[in-house]
Ligand binder design. Structure first.
Ligand code: PMP
Length: 361
């Protein structure tokens, strides 16, 4: 099967110009006669890429100077464990917002480390609507509050996150980082796996306030300790050099396309187009998420019955579309329209959906 339209949830579409650049650089990066795949992470050539990538993230997100930008391996799932290992000490508890599959996994990991309080949940609404954070009852003895800005499986996304005052706000932004501007100074720590908006799988970006690093206690293995990695600028051990290099190119592409504001504008137009097609279908297509919680990154929707959904997915595949099956926890359909997916690709998809409805509606 040959695919033309990539709506994968992650690893997801990358800008074609970035992939071409990778192809061009693969044998000889920056004229040094060697590939990025075969040079030391201690070399001047790699360090240049490493530090530039950190700086690009700082510039694009306007990160204040008292934050560290770090690279980790093990995916966002490792962060589910690292966050409580570093910050959830015995005298504290951790407050978690339970908004779907991914926050659920974060909660499970934290429960292995210490005491967890679920301060807001939408489990009884099958995660179709985001928990209201204004009514969150944060225990004053919380080490941190953990939220997931975009639940990739359910397709729900916060447009605003609360100010949690003295209690650090920790956020899993794996599926919406760099899709829009936001104020980093509201957060104690942000983590994001790269394979949606940032680049390929293999690297996870962590943005952490230095004050939090001073609070890390206990005998945490070095590889799991944020302070150890911060001290060595994420060069404590071998970083995922190839992934960092591709992230570097994606960040330059974002910068050249209007930065986070440019991304937000594009993403809004794309999401409006797809949601309008669903809403104007007279019930043939149904959005799974409540309107006030809809994600501009992952559009989840259903059809009248499973047979029709299977038929649509089959036809989509035959016509070169990939990645539209819903997450295994949710089922139905999902169009992931991250930064690199173009408006035109969304238009081809919505035209296809309209035509499918004409034939089967
Ligand atoms: N958090 C969110 C919001 C995600 O979407 C994902 C992956 N889809 C993860 C965490 C887990 O990421 P990884 O597979 O990199 O561990």
């Amino acid at each position: 099967m040959r695919y033309t339209y990539n709506f994968n949830a992650g690893p997801a579409a990358l800008p074609l110009e970035v992939i071409r650049q990778v192809q061009n650089d693969l044998i000889d990066i920056n004229g040094i006669g060697l590939s990025i795949l075969e040079i030391s992470h201690r070399s001047e050539e790699y360090e240049l890429i490493h530090y530039e990538t950190q700086q690009l993230i700082r510039d694009l997100l306007d990160i204040p100077s008292d934050y560290e930008v770090l690279f980790f391996q093990g995916g966002a799932s490792t962060q589910f464990a690292m966050v409580p290992m570093n910050f959830l000490t015995r005298e504290y508890m951790a407050s978690y917002v339970y908004s779907g599959t991914w926050s659920g996994k974060a909660i499970k990991e934290a429960e292995k480390i210490g005491e967890v309080a679920i301060v807001a949940s939408s489990e009884n609404e099958q995660f179709k609507r985001l928990p209201d954070l204004d009514e969150m009852n944060i225990h004053p003895g919380s080490a941190y509050v953990h939220v997931t800005s975009n639940e990739t499986a359910a397709g729900v996304q916060y447009q605003n996150l609360p100010n949690t005052g003295n209690i650090p706000l920790i956020c899993d932004m794996s599926s919406d980082i760099l899709s829009r501007p936001f104020d980093v100074s509201k957060f104690g720590l942000i983590y994001a796996g790269a394979q949606k908006n940032l680049g390929p799988a293999g690297v996870t970006v962590v943005i952490v306030h230095r004050v939090l690093l001073d609070r890390i206690q206990g005998n945490i293995p070095d590889m799991m300790n944020y302070r150890i990695h911060a001290k060595s600028n994420s060069l404590y051990n071998t970083p995922p050099v190839f992934s960092v290099y591709v992230v570097n190119l994606v960040l330059k592409w974002i910068a050249n396309n209007g930065g986070t504001r440019g991304m937000a504008e594009r993403n809004r137009l794309k999401a409006d187009l797809v949601y309008e097609t669903i809403d104007r279908s007279g019930g043939f297509y149904k959005g799974l998420a409540h309107r006030d919680s809809r994600s501009i990154m992952n559009v989840t929707f259903s059809l009248l019955n499973e047979e029709l959904e299977r038929c649509l997915l089959h036809e989509l595949r035959l016509n070169g579309f990939i990645g539209l099956e819903g997450h295994r926890d949710v089922g139905h359909l999902r169009a992931s329209i991250y930064n690199s997916v173009t408006y035109n690709q969304c238009k081809v998809l919505t035209d296809f959906l309209t035509e499918f409805q004409r034939r089967y509606g």
